[in-house]
Ligand binder design. Structure first.
Ligand code: MG
Length: 454
């Protein structure tokens, strides 16, 4: 049996891998899986999103399910509303940060979090066997207009509203032509901020800086923060679940660095019970997370790379926080999924409550140096690389949660893993010293190249 779901929902190039025909059959499979009830549907700003939304709605209606259409919303808004408003499930049409020609279908359980991997398997089985249970009763389509209000109010209820408002922060937001354009400016306005927006026009071709914010493509955000003397800058990905922060001097932070700052703030606020707090993060994020957590005796749970894995583990272990190095931050009091808007509100709260600028908060944490690169190779080749590196690392501490992570010493590590979506192998490395990091990267790049040549 083939696979339909990738690392993050069903995703592919629209009209090529992801056709309307496939979307219709998938919605029959979803209808069979959900059996009955009401499903909340939302979509991002891609050109193909409304087409897919119509077809999925028709498919689910034909299977007897009622579909409530929330319209164009950020993914975390749809997810929060599924949980908060008591839907039986949710469907989000989005390809997140992928290029414009892509689209995708994400399926949420009633808790608002993407369905677990095992459940994806059940839907795939129904899909590939065409074992659809058609209904005598046709479902109906309704539209709901309050999803964004519910979402914004939910976020506002979890932060120190007065403390943030009293500061009158100036914030530059790079919306990346994506879905947070419908929510974040309103949220910041409610928090008393002076908001400056860039790439605020929703456009499925992502003409601004592309749909994925990275440390390297946020020049406009940096410049605007400096020019306008802003307190903070933030950029979001296409569907608004990831956020990348920029301090008042125009320095862009990696997701694990800003995540560590948020964790420090939240645990400080939770003093007294923070030794019960659990933080879930994949094996490839910074050691800084462990250092910050140990200050409060919070427990860090390291798992496989992937946001769904983080969310599901958070629910399993009753964790308060989760984060990824790519800018995904999860706060379980809100919902155990990545949310760029929630993260922004929490960062403003951190600034307001501490009376520090972001660069000052950052300077309270040790500096670590990180490096990421990739190699073109098949999954068989990458297995061979991992095996050979394992044999080669006999005298070192090795972790095998995802690919292989080799600890060179107590403060430096290198990790390689096969990508879940492309024929590439990723290398991550981190060290407390820049020269040390370069040496490690050079050494392991050579090792990998020579294994691949054999
Ligand atoms: Mg995303």
């Amino acid at each position: 049996m083939g696979r339909l779901f990738g690392t993050n929902g069903v995703r592919g190039v629209f009209n090529k891998d992801l056709t309307l025909d496939l979307a219709l059959r998938l919605s029959y499979a979803l209808g069979t899986y959900f059996k009955e009830g009401k499903v909340l549907l939302g979509y991002d700003g891609r050109y193909s999103s409304p087409l897919l939304a119509d077809v999925v709605t028709a498919g689910l209606n034909a299977m007897g399910l009622d579909v409530y259409n929330a319209g164009l919303v950020p993914t975390p808004c749809l997810q929060y509303c599924v949980k908060r408003l008591g839907y039986d499930g949710g469907v989000m049409i989005t390809a997140s940060h992928n290029p414009p020609e892509y689209n995708g279908i994400k399926v949420m359980a009633r808790d608002g979090v993407e369905i677990p991997r095992e459940e994806e398997g059940i839907i795939e089985e129904i899909f590939f066997s065409s074992n659809f249970k058609l209904s005598d009763r046709l479902g109906r389509e309704y539209s709901i207009s309050n999803a964004i209000d519910v979402y914004i109010n939910g976020i506002l209820s979890l932060v120190d509203y007065d403390a943030i408002r009293s500061k009158g922060f100036k914030v530059v937001v790079d919306l990346g032509n994506g879905a947070q354009a419908v929510a974040v400016p309103r949220l910041l306005d409610a928090l008393g901020c002076k908001v400056i927006t860039i790439n605020e026009r929703i456009d499925g071709s992502f003409p601004g800086r592309g749909s994925e914010p990275t440390v390297d493509n946020l020049h406009d955000l940096k410049a605007k923060v400096i020019d306008s003397n802003a307190d903070l800058g933030v950029a979001y990905d296409g569907d608004g679940d990831r956020s990348i922060f920029c301090d008042e001097h125009g320095n862009i932070y990696t997701g694990d660095r800003s995540g560590a700052i948020l964790i420090d703030h939240i645990l400080k606020q939770s003093k007294g019970y923070s030794n019960d707090v659990k933080i879930v993060t994949p094996i490839n994020s910074s050691m800084l997370i462990d250092i910050v957590a140990s200050k409060y005796r919070a427990k860090v749970i390291r798992i496989k790379v992937g946001s769904v894995e983080v969310s599901r583990e958070m629910l399993r272990s009753n964790a308060l926080l989760g984060l990824e190095e790519n800018g995904g931050f999860m706060y379980a009091r809100h919902i155990a999924v990545r949310d760029g808007a929630m993260s922004t509100a929490l960062m403003l709260e951190a600034l307001a409550v501490s009376n520090n600028s972001l660069s000052e908060l950052n300077s309270m944490h040790r500096r670590f140096y990180q490096y990421k690169t990739k190699f073109q190779c098949s999954s068989t080749e990458s297995l061979r690389v991992i095996e050979e590196l394992r044999n080669d690392a006999k005298d070192k501490r090795v972790e095998s949660i995802d690919g292989i992570k080799i600890w060179i010493d107590d403060e430096s590590w290198v990790m390689v893993r096969q990508s879940g979506t492309e024929p590439i192998m990723r290398l991550y490395a981190e060290a407390s010293d820049d020269v040390r990091l370069k040496d490690i990267v050079r050494l392991y790049t050579e090792k990998i190249r020579s294994i691949l040549k054999r």
